[in-house]
Structures are given as structure tokens and as C-alpha cells.
Design a protein around this ligand. Sequence first.
Ligand code: 4NP
Length: 172
Amino acid sequence: MSEKIKVVFVCLGNICRSPAAEGAFKHLVQKRGLEDLFEIDSAGTAEYHVGEPPHETTTQVARERGIILKHLCRQFQYADFLKFDHIIAMDNSNYKNILSMARDEAQKKKVMKFRRFDSKVNGEPDVPDPYYDGIAGFEHVQDIVERASEGFLEWILQNHSISKQDFEENEE
Ligand code: 4NP
């Protein structure tokens, strides 16, 4: 495949949920040997934490699952609609904020809620904000983003018609 599939995960602060999602999805893609097919990033709709690393509990919980988070917070911007193929919102509020920045239907179609890919739930509930919770809240978010990453990757492989040949080429 020549063009990479470009994915950005988006939450409010870009220090808890979306960096956790970015880390979990990158980890999964690497485990499958597909990292050359993807460009994966995250961003926040707010600017409160721009330049900061992920929340220390998010980082700690990810590390316990073997996932090292390297992201620094950045704010979602209009240019992301031009760069990315898939813009994945963590909750309904992020989803609506992102959609309000889109300028045409094609851009709106790029925006989806992450939990539509969570095999454990019906519908598209929010990835809950763990910012004000204890460690259990962060572990719950980590479970969700790992599970939804599996569903999202399956969806991408089907929707982008990625063939066995792409895997084999990638493994060389
Ligand atoms: P996130 O969590 O959107 O999952 O990164 C939050 C982080 C910071 C704030 C809110 C949510 N905050 O208000 O600073």
C-alpha cells in the first residue's frame, strides 16, 4: 500500500482518553505487524494541556499493560480534517465539537465515536472521562480503549480492503 491510513483519536484534554487510545491502537497494530500501514495520532478539543505529556495515571496504567505512551498534548485543528482519514471521538461532546468544525459532508463522514467498535456495548456510549476518578477509572478506560481498538482495526481492515498480500508485503 502506498498511502498510509491516517487515524487521529480525540478527547477533551488529550492527556487521558485519547493518548490511551492512541497507545492501545499503536500497540495492537505493531503486534499484528501492520505499523507501516498506519499513521496514528491523538489530539484534544481543548487547549488546557497543550505541550504536556499524558496524565501520570494514564501513563502508569498503560505501562502496566506493556504500552509506552510518548505523545505530547496538542489541540485538534481544522487541518486535521485534511490530513486524517478517520477522526475518532471519545465522547459525544467531542464528537459534536469536531463535527461543528467540519466544512463539508466528506469531512463529517470521517468522524466516528470510538465505542461503536467496542464489542461489549450496544450503541455508542462515551469513553468516560477518568480525570477526576481514582485509578479504577483509568483502568476502566484502558480496558475500553484496548477492546475498541480491536474492533476498530477489524473495521479498518475490511473497509480499506486490506488484503493478505498487504500483510505479507509488510512482513518482508
Ligand atoms: P481527557 O480528560 O479529555 O480524557 O484528556 C481530561 C483532561 C483534562 C481535563 C478534562 C478532561 N481538564 O478539564 O483539564
